[in-house]
Write a protein that binds this ligand. Structure first.
Ligand code: ZN
Length: 444
């Protein structure tokens, strides 16, 4: 396998920032990392501070088309959801491919090397299967390949519109009928190097207990990541308690979901028992603070979840913004606002949520600059107006609290450079690609 030497004048290693770091890559993996060394002959230089690739652990690519316009509606989550359904109704595999390619390219420019796509837009607008029943998911996988990033396709089971409501309208696109049909569709997916197949239970309102158990069983059997939206909204908790006598987390635990490689997304309104259960199973919890702010969901108890044993990660979810530094700092800053206290999370832990924590939730051996990890890394400009004054002693804090997506200059995925000096080498003009596909989806 080909060996490439990379050299960074500063890099964030598992035990902290270091100077003069040589990273030896063999094929797609890191073979060796050495700090305090001279640049090996012929090494490719990376500018600024080098971080492991960022993991965007929760994405719905098509929500990107709602940015800006999604603010017209005011109101609450449920009003916004109607607007989101309108966009969902306009997508077909070709359009979704073009839109997601541009969205994933925006993520790549922001330093994201792996995305967890929580995918439920399976069928055509009338709810009929496409000739390839996985055509929409394949469009997402092709889009990730075009943008040069890896994808964990979290194929969501979505069977009903609410505890006592069938799917209707746009929701017909989401449904497979039952968990067996979901599993047989998923079984037809073909393996690809940049794709990890995972499962998702859309939410407790969309999937009954028996089907939940079947999806959780499939995930355990296939050693696949399993994700679910959990307690995003107080109303979801109230409906769940009224109909089942259990909280969403307790219901998922009863169905065996927490026992799988589980990621609970949001967990904004858990009970103390929910926090303890997620912690005792060492579940991942994916916080999506910019979306939770945008949709007026509330502030999740990230520090209590982490203290209980849950592993945090972050996602840009609705893509109100695509900036994982913003997501990571919001985990701490939102808790400060809610509690009137500072210091809930160490800066290194916030950076871990945006890197290793997310990669683990998505099932990739990546997120740390150490031997054996996939060779995903990102260079951050430490001389930009936001980062000026940077000192290596405060590297994690300065980066988490001040860097923006626009400070990412170079991105390497599996040893291949896909962003060079803020330019996407595969997609080119990402702004133009986004504008074109978003107008297609919102106007046509
Ligand atoms: Zn979501």
């Amino acid at each position: 396998m080909p060996v490439t030497e990379w050299f960074a004048s500063m890099a964030m290693l598992p035990d902290g920032a270091a100077r003069n770091v040589a990273i030896t890559v063999e094929g797609t993996r890191i073979r060796d990392v050495a700090a305090g060394v001279a640049a090996p002959p012929g090494a490719r230089r990376l500018p600024g501070l080098v971080l492991p690739g960022l993991a965007n652990a929760h994405s719905h690519a098509f929500h990107r088309a709602l940015r800006g316009g999604g603010e017209r509606h005011g109101g609450d989550f449920w009003g916004w959801r109607e607007h989101m359904y309108d966009v969902a109704g306009r997508l077909d595999p070709d359009r979704y491919h073009r839109l997601a390619r541009a969205v994933y390219a925006e993520m790549a420019l922001a330093g994201v090397t792996a995305v967890g796509e929580f995918h439920y837009l399976h069928h055509d607008a009338g709810g009929r299967a496409y000739a390839d029943p996985n055509a929409m998911g394949e469009a997402l996988c092709a889009a990730a390949a075009d943008a040069g990033i890896r994808i964990t396709l979290l194929d969501a089971c979505y069977l009903r519109g609410g505890f006592d409501r069938p799917l209707e309208g746009v929701q017909l696109r989401f449904g497979d009928g039952d968990a067996e049909a979901w599993a047989s569709r998923v079984a037809r997916r073909r393996p690809q190097d940049h794709v990890r197949l995972g499962a998702a239970i859309h939410s407790v309102r969309a999937v009954g207990a028996d089907a939940m158990e079947a999806v959780a069983g499939w995930a355990s059997e296939h050693d696949a990541p399993l994700h679910a939206h959990v307690s995003e909204q107080p109303r979801e908790n109230e409906d769940c308690l009224a109909r089942t006598g259990a909280t969403p987390t307790a219901l998922l635990e009863g169905a065996g979901a927490l026992q799988a490689a589980f990621t609970a997304v949001h967990v904004t309104h858990p009970t103390d028992a929910d926090v303890a259960a997620l912690g005792s199973h060492r579940a991942h919890v994916c916080l999506c603070p910019t979306t939770e702010r945008s949709l007026a969901d509330g502030i999740g108890p990230g520090s209590r979840l982490a203290a209980a044993g849950a592993r945090l990660c972050v996602g840009s979810d609705s893509h109100a913004v695509v900036d994982l530094f913003e997501e990571a700092r919001a985990v701490e800053l939102d808790e400060r606002l809610a509690t009137g206290r500072r210091g809930h999370h160490e800066p290194a832990a916030l950076l871990d949520a945006a890197t290793a924590g997310g990669m683990s939730a998505l099932g990739w051996p990546a997120g740390r600059l150490e031997a054996g990890n996939l060779a995903d890394f990102v260079a951050v400009d430490v001389t930009s107006p936001r980062m000026a004054g940077f000192r290596v002693e405060d590297a994690a804090a300065h980066t988490v609290y001040a860097a923006g997506a626009c400070d990412v200059t170079d991105v390497v995925v599996s040893g291949r450079k896909i962003v060079d000096n803020r330019r996407h080498l595969l997609v080119g003009d990402v702004g133009a690609a986004l504008s074109e596909t978003i107008s297609e989806v919102t106007e046509g």
